[in-house]
Each structure stands twice: as C-alpha cells, then as structure tokens.
Design a protein around this ligand. Structure first.
Ligand SMILES: NC(=O)c1ccc[n+]([C@@H]2O[C@H](COP(=O)([O-])OP(=O)(O)OC[C@H]3O[C@@H](n4cnc5c(N)ncnc54)[C@H](OP(=O)(O)O)[C@@H]3O)[C@@H](O)[C@H]2O)c1
Length: 264
C-alpha cells in the first residue's frame, strides 16, 4: 500500500526503526498516529513529521499493560477515524539465558514482542476487512528465524510472530488485507541498551552487532519499498541475514558460526 493519503498507526515510534519508519511514511504523504511510552520523544518525532508536511498525532501507551493494546486501538480509531495501516515496531530485547530469566521478565518480553502485535492486529483487522483494504506491518527480526544465546524469550516471541501472522495471512488473503513482516538483522538503535537481563535490569550497553548495524534510516528506506510493494516478508540487514539461509540449508554451519563467533 502506498502511504499517500493513508491513516497510519505506528508503535515504537519514539526511537530507532519505528521513528525512522514514521519519518519515511510521513515523507510519502501518510497521516500518522505515533505510539510508545515516552510522550516527550513521541512529540519530538511528531514535530519532525509535521515539518515534512504530514499530519501527526501522538498516543502514548505502555503495550505491556494488560488491556492497553485493545484500549489503544479504540483510542486510535477515534483519533484517526479509520486505520488504513498498522505498523507494529515496538519491541523489547533480552540479554539473559532462557533458564535464568525471571518469569515476570519473560512475560514482559512476550507481552511487548508478541502479545501486543497480535492484540493490535485483532483490534484493527476487522475494520480493514470490512472495508476490503488495509495493511498490517510487523517488525520481527532475524532472531525470529533462528535462536541465539541469551535471547530465548525474545527469539521465541519473534518466531511466534511469524507463525501467527503467516496464519492470519492465509485466513484473510481473499479479503483485501496485506500482511508484511519486516525482518531486520542488526540496526544501530538503542534496542540492546534497553534489553532486559535475567533479573529485569536494563542491559545498558549497545552491543557490537547494533553498533555495526544498518542506520535506522537505511532500514526504513528498504522497509518502505517492501511496504509499498505489499511483500509478505522482507529481510533487511547485512551479513547476519545470511543466518536465515544457513538455518534453512546448512544448519550445522550456522550452529558452528554462532558457537565460535557468538551473536551480535
Ligand atoms: N535494532 C536491531 O538490531 C533490531 C534487529 C531486529 C529486530 N528489531 C526490532 O525492531 C523493532 C524496533 O526496535 P529498535 O531497534 O528500533 O529499538 P528501540 O530504539 O529500542 O525501539 C523500541 C521501541 O519500542 C518502544 N517500546 C518498548 N517497550 C514498550 C512498551 N512497553 N510499550 C510501548 N512501546 C514500547 C520504545 O519506546 P518507549 O521506550 O518510548 O516506550 C521504542 O519506541 C523491535 O521490534 C525490535 O525487536 C531490531
């Protein structure tokens, strides 16, 4: 779907990939509603969108709060009138082993990385299906294609997004709903610094993978092309995206590589 003249609700819009996507969609003529927790950062991004000539409103919310995605969707429909496109870019990283991670920390990661995107889709899809037109864009990641140490719940959530949204696509393909899964490799954002350690503390440092990753603007440029083309799935990144093909065709080599080199 081309964003021109479309109403677009984007989560994770306060920073990183979500912010860059919001600006890219604004440049192409979309009308934006921006969500995340930090209203000051959202207001700053909204001001940047308006400078590009795009209408932009903010709807702060914490997607990990039970009921918040559904309530957010009701508020978003009131603010936008109708939602032509939903972009779920909000995400929370992990830096703790699967065995050591507290249950409450695991639940928070799954709430933001899996439940929020599916709850938002369940809330906005009926309107899109009734109109016979709409697009749901979800940012997953290469760890939705293979696992890695200290990412068990994050990787599980991202894998689950692929299964859930691939299933939704097969349930709705005759009814005008387009589902696009964006699959970035490493992108230079604050995701690793904000990632939760096993006890729930923020990791606090930017890992080498993110430091050497794509600029968010370049990620958004490639994502925009995939969104406009209505692609089912788009890998976006550098050498790490090769892991997706190794997993499928040469899994032993991927295992060797991760054990020797680590991940990001
Ligand atoms: N960077 C990478 O290397 C990479 C690679 C693969 C996939 N991804 C995915 O890309 C997406 C964007 O991440 P990013 O790299 O751009 O990192 P980021 O800069 O940390 O952005 C994460 C966004 O999610 C929002 N968010 C986090 N917790 C939230 C909550 N409870 N409720 C509402 N919003 C929340 C944050 O805003 P607030 O703090 O204001 O709430 C922020 O806008 C994520 O889904 C991530 O998993 C990133």
């Amino acid at each position: 779907m081309h964003p021109k003249g479309k109403t677009i609700w984007i989560t994770g819009a306060s920073s990183g990939i979500g912010r860059a996507l919001a600006l890219a969609l604004a440049k192409e003529g979309g009308s934006l509603l921006l969500s995340a927790r930090h209203s000051d950062r959202l207001e700053a991004v909204a001001a940047e969108c308006r400078e590009l000539g795009a209408p932009a409103l903010v709807l702060p919310l914490d997607l990990a709060t039970p009921g918040a995605p559904a309530q957010g969707a009701r508020d978003a429909e009131i603010l936008l009138g109708r939602i032509d496109m939903l972009v779920s870019a909000a995400g929370l990283g992990q830096r703790g082993s699967g065995l050591a991670t507290d249950r409450a920390v695991a639940e928070r990661i799954l709430a933001v990385d899996f439940w929020a995107a599916t709850e938002l889709a369940r809330a906005v899809a009926p309107g899109m299906l009734a109109r016979g037109d709409g697009q749901i864009v979800v940012v997953t990641g290469v760890l939705g294609k293979f696992g890695a140490p200290n990412r068990a719940y994050y990787s599980a959530a991202k894998h689950a997004l692929h299964g859930w949204f691939d299933s939704l696509r097969e349930e709705t393909w005759k009814q005008g709903l387009t589902i696009t899964l964006l699959v970035p490799g490493w992108v230079k954002t604050g995701i690793s610094a904000a990632a939760l350690e096993a006890d729930g503390r923020p990791h606090g440092t930017t890992d080498p993978g993110q430091l050497g990753g794509l600029a968010p603007e370049e990620c958004a440029r490639r994502a925009l092309a995939a969104i406009i083309a209505g692609r089912d799935e788009q890998l976006i990144g550098g050498y790490e995206c090769g892991g997706v093909y190794l997993k499928r065709f040469w899994p032993g080599l991927l295992k060797w590589f991760i054990r020797r080199r680590g991940i990001g």
